[in-house]
Design a protein. Structure first.
Length: 188
């Protein structure tokens, strides 16, 4: 299908690449964490090592995405969005960014508090932050990290439901704003 929409109603190709790369990385990292929770001993540590490394990659990608966004504003929300939809869309995006930065940083801080470095897929080691040793605080941050991860998954579900609502019920092509194909509807 040919693009029949003005470019301003669609995100840039770079924004799309960041969006889908981070989305896939987050889902994969959730599955890695779930697998680690069901593993034992050394296998559990090895699986969590991948979770930590991918978390750092998500942090770097998110910071790069934010830097890109500062120079390349997102397209305006479609005119057909109700006021509550605009508020929900903006709030959801802000919370996404907060969690995509806070979760990896929190994991790094928690690992640092219990004296662990982060092996980045065998390529290099990220040392602990200079925060001292505090296993109790580290454990509490790990708990908050897990809760934040659950909130992120619920937010992803809300985001997907919103995209599907706009695409199939409102028929404004909402999902195609973040895809390089398809038609963004007249509400944009």
């Amino acid at each position: 299908m040919a693009l029949t929409t003005p470019a301003k109603s669609r995100y840039s190709a770079v924004s799309m690449l960041f969006h889908w790369t981070i989305a896939i990385a987050v889902i994969v990292n959730w599955r890695i964490a779930e697998a680690a929770e069901h593993a034992e001993g050394a296998a559990k540590g090895a699986i969590f090592a991948n979770h930590k490394a991918l978390g750092i990659a998500i942090l770097v990608l998110t910071l790069a995405r934010l830097a890109w966004r500062l120079g390349h504003p997102m397209p305006a929300l479609p005119a057909n969005y109700a006021g509550w939809e605009r508020v929900l869309a903006r709030t959801t995006h802000v919370v996404f960014y907060i969690l995509l930065i806070a979760l990896p940083l929190g994991g790094w801080v928690a690992n640092s508090l219990v004296g662990r470095d982060i092996d980045f897929f065998g390529l290099f080691t990220i040392p602990p932050l200079p925060v001292g040793d505090n296993s109790e605080l580290g454990g509490a941050i790990f708990g908050a990290h897990a809760t934040g991860g659950t909130i992120l998954l619920l937010l992803i579900a809300l985001h997907i439901l919103g995209a599907l609502k706009h695409t199939f019920f409102d028929r404004d092509g909402g999902i195609f704003r973040m895809l390089p194909f398809g038609r963004v509807g007249s509400g944009a």
